[in-house]
Write a new protein. Structure first.
Length: 206
């Protein structure tokens, strides 16, 4: 029998934490089983978010955090959508090498980062607004103090055009950024970019 599998702990959500839209669990190597606090992440998501706010295509989300050795042959990352069951299912790896010496706060930050990154891997699901979901999940993590730099993460994920669409701002900002910029336009760019929490100086100098 493979020793990796033999020493892997399978963790499930305790019955004291009611599952709603989000169902989180973990599979961990024995040395770090007490570090992966998936219960806290599950509880926060269920308290703050409802999948129905992002369309009717996804009713439940199942996520397993994998804190296992690299040579484990039984578990790998994936993101999958079942249209018939209307559920998203994924397995996400947390770097066990960093996890061994991480504090509780650092571990939570690692977990929520991989959860956010997984949203970018979602397939194109008609009837599910994954971009708005990303922003709301991120906001919940930032508000809880599990992410330290909200703006950097958002701008790394969404370009200005996408963010303008999400927030419902006028298409003028897209036109101003994607066409030749003159000095007369800078005032408008600054106003819109401040609303978008984007550093306009970086945008116009890149």
């Amino acid at each position: 029998m493979n020793n990796d599998n033999q020493n892997t702990n399978y963790l499930t959500t305790p019955s004291s934490i009611p599952s709603k839209d989000f169902h989180l669990t973990a599979i961990t190597w024995k040395d770090v089983s007490d570090k992966v606090n998936f219960q806290a992440v599950s509880e926060l998501l269920n308290q703050k978010l409802s999948l129905s706010n992002y369309g009717e295509a996804v009713k439940n989300l199942y996520c397993t955090f994998l804190a296992i050795q690299a040579n484990n042959e039984f578990h790998d990352e994936f993101v999958d959508y079942d249209e018939e069951e209307q559920l998203l299912e994924m397995a996400l790896k947390v770097d066990i090498r960093q996890l061994k010496d991480a504090t509780e706060a650092q571990t939570l930050e690692m977990m929520v980062k991989v959860f956010l990154e997984s949203i970018l891997q979602y397939p194109n699901i008609e009837g599910f607004d994954s971009k708005r979901f990303y922003i709301d999940v991120q906001s919940a993590f930032v508000e809880k103090g599990w992410l330290r730099n909200q703006n950097t993460t958002v701008t790394a994920i969404l370009n200005l055009s996408e963010k303008a669409q999400i927030t419902g701002l006028e298409e003028a900002i897209v036109h101003l950024i994607e066409t030749d910029i003159d000095k007369a336009a800078l005032g408008w760019i600054k106003v819109y970019c401040e609303k978008l929490e984007v550093d306009y100086v970086k945008l116009i100098t890149e």
